[in-house]
Design a protein around this ligand. Structure first.
Ligand code: SAM
Length: 203
């Protein structure tokens, strides 16, 4: 199981997340970033090529060493990227030290997601923003039933990914106010493809 989690899973994650259909989402979300950015669960670094000024520097937080190694190869100067091997449930950064927190397809997987969002809120400056694109709970009852049925098995081999997290609700319950939110299915199996894209500010 260790071999699967440490060697196979990071490579599967990289291959799955390279899906070209995700690129327009990445471009839009990363295009809103500014100042000092904290990217949560940066994975293999697939967002890195989209960062531009007014982003000044990026702190990349990721628990999987194999993914950090891949992400390091995607660093594009001149924006400085510093990597932290760790979990978002305990971000080793000062309060109010970050202008933008970015999360792309990570809230589905983070084990203690409410704690994680509380940490993101803690490190954000009062005027800072959380930018996100995530998959999660669908509005259609028939799709939700499949999301609930599939999640236990799906989580086992996908590194803990939940298909049925209510993304807007968990963001708002953590003390954020959504200022932009677009939702909808992208092409693909409906239980896996209901997308929440937007931005939120600490309340
Ligand atoms: C589906 S991948 C998405 C990777 C990347 N954000 C992207 O858009 O390509 C989920 C990521 O969340 C990370 N992750 C899982 N649990 C985490 C935690 N507790 N703290 C930070 N990142 C976590 C995984 O290691 C993985 O890189």
């Amino acid at each position: 199981m260790d071999f699967y989690n440490n060697v196979i899973l990071p490579r599967l994650c990289h291959l799955a997340m390279r899906n070209r259909r995700l690129v327009p989402y990445r471009e839009r979300v990363i295009g809103g970033a500014q100042g000092r950015v904290l990217e949560i669960g940066i994975g293999s670094g697939l967002n890195l090529s989209f960062y531009r000024a007014p982003v000044t520097d990026i702190v990349a937080l990721e628990p999987a060493p194999a993914l950090i190694a891949m992400a390091r190869r995607s660093v594009h100067p001149p924006i400085r990227v510093s990597f932290i091997e760790g979990s978002v449930e305990a971000i080793p950064l000062d309060d109010h030290s970050i202008d933008t927190v970015v999360t792309t397809w990570t809230l589905c997987t983070i084990p203690q997601v409410a704690t994680a969002l509380g940490e993101m809120r803690r490190v954000l400056k009062p005027g800072g923003r959380l930018l996100f694109v995530e998959h999660g709970l669908a509005p259609d009852e028939s799709v939700r039933r499949w999301q609930d049925r599939l999640t236990p098995a799906w989580a086992c081999f996908s590194g803990g990914c939940h298909l049925n997290r209510p993304i807007r609700t968990i963001i708002e319950r953590a003390g954020f106010r959504c200022e932009r939110l677009e939702t909808g299915y992208m092409p693909g199996p409906k239980p896996m493809t209901f997308i929440y894209e937007g931005s939120a500010r600490p309340d």
